[in-house]
Design a protein around this ligand. Structure first.
Ligand SMILES: NC(=O)c1ccc[n+]([C@@H]2O[C@H](COP(=O)([O-])OP(=O)(O)OC[C@H]3O[C@@H](n4cnc5c(N)ncnc54)[C@H](OP(=O)(O)O)[C@@H]3O)[C@@H](O)[C@H]2O)c1
Length: 371
């Protein structure tokens, strides 16, 4: 018997500098179907997608193949490959059982025969080319433990997924955080930023955080931010002048914020360059040119480019030993905002690629199926 297997297809590359358009670049295709009982597994396993997380890195993957970047480009005509939480519904693979839940990168479709790769998240050096480009199509899935009611499964796409890992790895690898120091976190209400705020508070830092709506300012305060401001109505440099100087800058946005942070950094400050979302959908000639580069050496600022995957082999085990327990004890909180249906995924993605990122608080999650 055939069951519908809708998918979100990467149908057309958006030009440099524009937001992808749902229905044009990302097309929901309800027409495919699958025989769940008879589809050959070839020694693999069949998964049902429960939830997925639209994330900024997907825009980078839509670029023209001639443009180099840190990840391989997405394949035209194929389903989007992004973060998912799935449940195993059939298996021929040893060690993978019906009912197992897995998190990682997979096709954005209702059902998938796995592994389209090795079936596990593997950030070992083999995934990288010599120029440090990582092949995200070959990352695959890894099992996640049953939280047994201590927290919802959706946490695996937020604080316990890539956003939380990124925050933990970046701060541990490059923060050199010392009690009483001051950190500024841009995009502080984002999946990554919301965890940076909490980890920074746990390490005794004073936290300045910014986001693009007043509701997010309140949200960042509940996470522990000592100073929270709306970068769309408050001048970033002015806010940092008033509340700085900074010992650590966590950069999620790029552009003029970097210049402001350099200006108001203390000598020997650490900068953790995690993302530059203000430039993902704009043309290079419009990118903000940071004018105070010489201040970097004058203040001996240490600038670190972060890619989470580099640190998962070394810091991942500590993250999974520490953070789930802190969540279960209520010492750290995760929050997700939910949208129903795979057909909404493209719109949710496009929304978070824009200033303000929509009104939702917490990591945006698309619920594909309830069990
Ligand atoms: N280096 C790594 O390994 C790594 C891993 C994961 C994520 N990242 C980066 O971390 C950052 C946050 O990712 P996430 O998954 O946590 O994001 P997210 O939860 O999806 O939130 C994205 C937020 O970015 C803000 N934003 C969008 N356009 C903006 C613009 N033009 N200027 C300023 N802010 C803008 C919006 O919030 P507001 O405007 O309301 O603040 C939006 O809600 C991104 O830059 C992402 O690329 C890096």
């Amino acid at each position: 018997m055939l069951t519908p297997n809708p998918r979100l297809v990467f149908a057309k590359r958006p030009d440099v500098g524009i937001l992808p358009v749902p229905g044009e670049h990302l097309v929901f295709d309800p027409s495919p179907s699958i025989d769940l009982d008879a589809v050959p597994l070839n020694g693999g396993f069949l998964t049902k997608t429960l939830m997925l997380a639209p994330e900024p890195f997907l825009r980078e993957r839509m670029r023209d193949p001639s443009i180099p970047s840190y990840s391989t480009h997405a394949v035209l005509g194929a389903p989007v490959v992004g973060s998912v939480l799935v449940v195993v519904i059939r298996s021929e693979k040893e060690g993978v059982n019906i009912g197992d839940r897995m998190y990682g990168l997979s096709h954005w479709e209702a059902y998938t025969v796995q592994p389209y790769v090795e079936g596990r998240v593997d950030f070992k050096a083999g995934n990288y080319t010599e120029d440090l480009t990582i092949d995200l199509d070959t990352m695959g899935l890894g099992p996640v433990p049953d939280p047994k009611g201590a927290y919802p499964w959706s946490r695996y796409l937020g604080i316990l997924g890539a956003p939380g890992l990124t925050a933990f790895c970046g701060l541990e690898a490059y923060g050199d955080a010392k009690k009483g120091e001051t950190i500024y976190v841009s995009s502080g209400a984002s999946g990554v930023g919301s965890v940076v705020i909490q980890l920074a508070k746990a390490r005794g830092l004073r936290v300045i955080a910014s986001a693009g709506s007043d509701a997010k300012i309140e949200y960042m305060r509940t996470l522990g931010a000592d100073v929270a401001f709306n970068y769309r109505s408050t001048d970033v440099a002015g806010a940092l002048k008033k509340h700085g100087p900074l010992d650590i800058y966590w950069d999620n946005v790029g552009g003029a914020s970097v210049e402001a942070a350099i200006e108001h950094a203390r000598p020997k400050a650490r900068f953790i360059m995690c993302g530059s979302i203000s430039e993902y959908n704009t043309e290079p000639h419009t990118w903000y040119g940071v004018k105070n580069m010489s201040t970097i050496w004058k203040k001996r600022i240490q600038i670190h480019g972060l890619f989470v995957g580099d640190h998962i082999p070394t810091l991942g085990p500590r993250f999974f030993a520490e953070v789930p327990a802190l969540i279960a004890q209520g010492k750290m909180v995760g929050q997700e905002s939910f949208t129903e249906g795979l057909e909404t995924a493209a719109e949710v993605l496009v929304r978070l690629l824009q200033e303000g990122g929509g009104d939702d608080l917490g990591k945006p999650i698309v619920v594909v199926a309830r069990e």
